[in-house]
Design a protein around this ligand. Structure first.
Ligand SMILES: [Zn+2]
Ligand SMILES: [Zn+2]
Length: 313
């Protein structure tokens, strides 16, 4: 029987319709869906094709990680972040902010899931550096870190990269989590972690972090990763190292089915107390009409998804 489930704390509903369930390998995608570019702007030697570099990490004079402005930016430094209202129906502003690309490796043959835990930890350090730096800028309230892997997840360049869009708004998804968390006497995610630690949805755990498939998963094989100890940002090197390790473990499973995916880093907005986490959203199905009504149908139960991550299925 399909089951209606509500998100832990948000007013967000899903229908887990696992009757139609398929085995994980039935979700296996074709590879590659994007052709390799001859003149890839993210490859070494093509640095002149990108706007002026923001930062890099290098070894023996060669970069292995690079932060650059997005040439096709969704938000720009022109104008300001002021929101105006013409009348009760038209509210607008300049899309003011910074849009950055983080090229995760110089090696075009590698995807994020092929990198080492050390490399992914370093990527998190760079996320943290950029968030800290962007946060200080005028007209910027939040730096949304995200990744699109493969065409179905919205990328057009296969060379492994993540992105940051920093602007005046706190993303609605983060605002909703902050508002819902405030209805609890203490951080609800700390309690959710304790519950999921002993549930059928627990996937992996290490000293500082835990990964589980959320109770009301929207996407087949959706997985969330949290620092176990309450923390509003990526915080300590130990947290980053352990988060990186679990993210990599999850991505390596997704690699077996060539899954396109997005992930989003949710850290706490300024002066709020949101429990920092990463949400990984595999993009193996297409949303149909009903999903746009607000309730999402997910053909894979999070309990089955957890078995896939634990290697039991
Ligand atoms: Zn490239
Ligand atoms: Zn917490």
């Amino acid at each position: 029987m399909p089951e209606l489930r509500k998100d832990y704390i948000l007013n967000r509903w899903v229908i887990i319709a696992s009757e139609r369930a398929q085995r994980p390998d039935q979700f296996k995608q074709e590879l590659p869906t994007i052709k390799k570019q001859d003149n890839c702007p993210f490859c070494p030697g093509n640095e002149h094709l990108t706007p002026n570099e923001i930062s890099r990490r290098e070894k023996n004079g060669k970069w292995y990680l690079r932060v650059i402005p997005n040439k096709f930016a969704a938000v720009t430094s022109e104008g300001n972040g002021i929101i105006q209202t013409h009348n009760q129906f038209y509210t607008f502003g300049n899309a003011f902010g910074k849009h950055e690309i983080i090229v995760e490796t110089a090696d075009k043959t590698k995807q994020l899931w092929d990198l080492s835990a050390e490399q992914v930890t370093e990527l998190f350090e760079v996320y943290n550096e950029r968030i800290t730096s962007l946060w200080k800028e005028k007209g910027i309230n939040y730096a949304q870190v995200f990744k699109n892997h493969d065409k179905a997840a919205g990328t057009s360049i296969m060379h492994s990269h993540s992105q940051i869009i920093a602007y005046d708004l706190v993303p609605q998804a983060v605002q909703d989590e902050v508002a819902a968390s405030k209805k609890f006497p203490s951080c609800p995610y700390c309690d959710i972690i304790l519950k999921e630690k002993n549930s059928a949805r627990r996937c992996f755990e290490n000293k500082n972090c835990i990964a589980f498939t959320p109770y009301a998963s929207r996407f087949p094989f959706e997985i969330w990763i949290f620092p176990k100890k309450h923390s509003t940002t990526l915080d300590t090197t130990e947290n980053m190292k352990d988060l990186a390790e679990l993210l990599l473990q999850a991505l390596k499973k997704l690699k077996t089915i060539h899954a396109p995916y997005n992930y989003m880093l949710h850290y706490s907005p300024f002066q709020e107390n949101l429990h920092c986490h990463i949400e990984v959203l595999p993009r193996l199905t297409t949303w149909a009409g009903f999903e746009y009504s607000g309730t999402i149908i997910n053909p894979v139960s999070p309990e089955d998804a957890a078995k896939f991550y634990r290697g039991e299925k």
